[in-house]
Design a protein around this ligand. Structure first.
Ligand code: PGA
Length: 253
């Protein structure tokens, strides 16, 4: 059985003081169920205070960054390294989110460098993949995802600290969700890809999250699919009731 992961990507929202309040509220109010792993990803600026507060409270919420750079240190203005995140006791990092790919032009090559650097320093990784609307309409979903995985995971032999998030770009922040069947179809494809590229055991163990307009009202039918092992949630993860409800739904599955 794969442990479900419910991950909140807060994107560029919440000041450090607001982030601490939201994180503490989640920690105090959420259902504590060992079968569900809860992750939050505040902005870089909020990471140290949120990590400190949750560790002081002995929380089992995991704190992830939304991005990192692959060099340890040096003349890379504006960047923060995976190594620095690790030294601040951050648990993991989201890599290759479609907003990073589209707005900041991140290539599969750069994504791969970041994945390797993060795993090397001992961070957990959520690697995001997903097709655009045009790619879906032109029936390129599988080839796009396969390329993102092949290039994004180049040089990696062990997936034990990696989770994949399938996030169709057309479903992110748009209110349009992939239907559970559409999502399950791609998740099956990803698991088969991992089985072929790595092996069956890794494919069985690797968690594949769905992301794109997940909310309390659609979480149940998505999470009930056999190959959907959790959710990466943007907008709804900033709303206390919504996010708590999704955790609750996951704990009942
Ligand atoms: P959304 O974002 O839930 O607001 O669609 C998901 C994501 O970008 O990870």
């Amino acid at each position: 059985m794969r442990k479900l992961m419910i991950a909140g990507n807060w994107k560029m929202n919440k000041s450090p003081s607001e982030a601490v309040v939201l994180a503490e509220n989640f920690d105090q109010k959420m259902i504590k169920d060992l079968r569900v792993e809860v992750v939050i990803a505040p902005t870089l600026l909020s990471l140290p205070v949120v990590v400190q507060k949750l560790k002081n409270n002995n929380s089992n919420i995991r704190v992830y960054a939304q991005n990192c750079y692959f060099k340890d240190e040096g003349a890379y203005t504006g960047e923060v390294s995976a190594k620095m995140l690790k030294s601040e006791r951050v648990d993991g990092v989201i890599i290759g989110h479609s907003e990073r790919r589209q707005i900041f032009n991140e290539s599969n090559f750069l994504v791969n460098e970041k994945v390797k650097a993060a795993i090397n320093v001992g961070l957990q990784v959520i690697l995001c993949v997903g097709e655009t609307l045009i790619e879906r309409e032109e029936h390129h979903v599988e080839s796009v995802i396969a390329e993102q995985l092949l290039e994004g995971l180049a040089g990696i032999n062990d997936l034990s600290s990696l989770v994949i998030a399938y996030e169709p770009v057309w479903a992110i922040g748009t209110g349009k969700t992939a239907t559970p069947d559409q999502a399950e179809e791609v998740h099956q494809f990803i698991r088969k890809f991992i089985s072929d590229r790595f092996n069956g055991e890794m494919a069985d163990k690797c968690r594949i999250l769905y992301g794109g307009s997940v909310k309390a009202s659609n979480a149940n039918e998505l999470l009930a699919k056999p190959n959907i092992d959790g959710a990466l949630i943007g907008g709804a993860s900033l709303k206390e009731e919504e996010f708590l409800s999704i955790i609750d739904i996951a704990s009942r599955l």
